[in-house]
Design a binder for this molecule. Structure first.
Ligand SMILES: C[S@@+](CC[C@H](N)C(=O)[O-])C[C@H]1O[C@@H](n2cnc3c(N)ncnc32)[C@H](O)[C@@H]1O
Length: 146
């Protein structure tokens, strides 16, 4: 998380490149900002109008990253893996909203199958089917090292 401090990065663009955020969703036009003395926010827009927004609080006592996007994907596995390898979080809450007609309508299967392959334990997993969309919520933590 040190990359999101002014001790390590000189500005938002520098933090975006050093952290690898610029590679999460290639092609996004990014507006980024590095706070004094630490903290980072970015908004990215894609040509079709989809967005990505990330906020980073790097202080060790309340370390937190939020990642939000409406980029439609048939599979979110690659994007999830890139987000996890960028931030290496200890705990993650993930929510996917998908309209029943959208390309992401089967994305809940990614969360069903994904975590067996990684160092994360799935602690909670819920699927809700509403009138016009589905919601999948997953909470996972780093596997304890034995
Ligand atoms: C990136 S901002 C975003 C907060 C927002 N509530 C979120 O997470 O969506 C939070 C980080 O920026 C730092 N920061 C520094 N100056 C700030 C300011 N004027 N307003 C908000 N955050 C600031 C905080 O210490 C923290 O590390």
């Amino acid at each position: 998380m040190a990359v999101f401090t002014q001790e390590v990065s000189k500005d938002g663009k520098d933090a975006t490149q050093k952290s690898g955020i610029d590679k999460l969703i290639p092609g996004a036009k990014i507006d980024d900002f590095l706070f004094e003395p630490c903290g980072y926010s970015m908004n990215g827009l894609l040509p079709e109008g989809q967005y990505i927004t990330i906020h980073v609080t790097p202080e060790p006592n309340c370390s937190y990253v939020s990642f939000e996007s409406n980029v439609p994907q048939e599979s979110y596995t690659g994007l999830i893996q890139r987000v996890l390898s960028t931030f290496k979080p200890g705990k993650v809450l993930m929510t996917i909203f998908a309209n029943k007609e959208s390309t992401a309508k089967d994305s809940h299967k990614d969360l069903d199958e994904f975590f067996d392959e990684t160092k994360y334990c799935r602690m909670d997993h819920q699927f809700c089917s509403f009138k016009n969309y589905n919601l999948t919520y997953t909470f996972f933590t780093s596997r304890p090292v034995i």
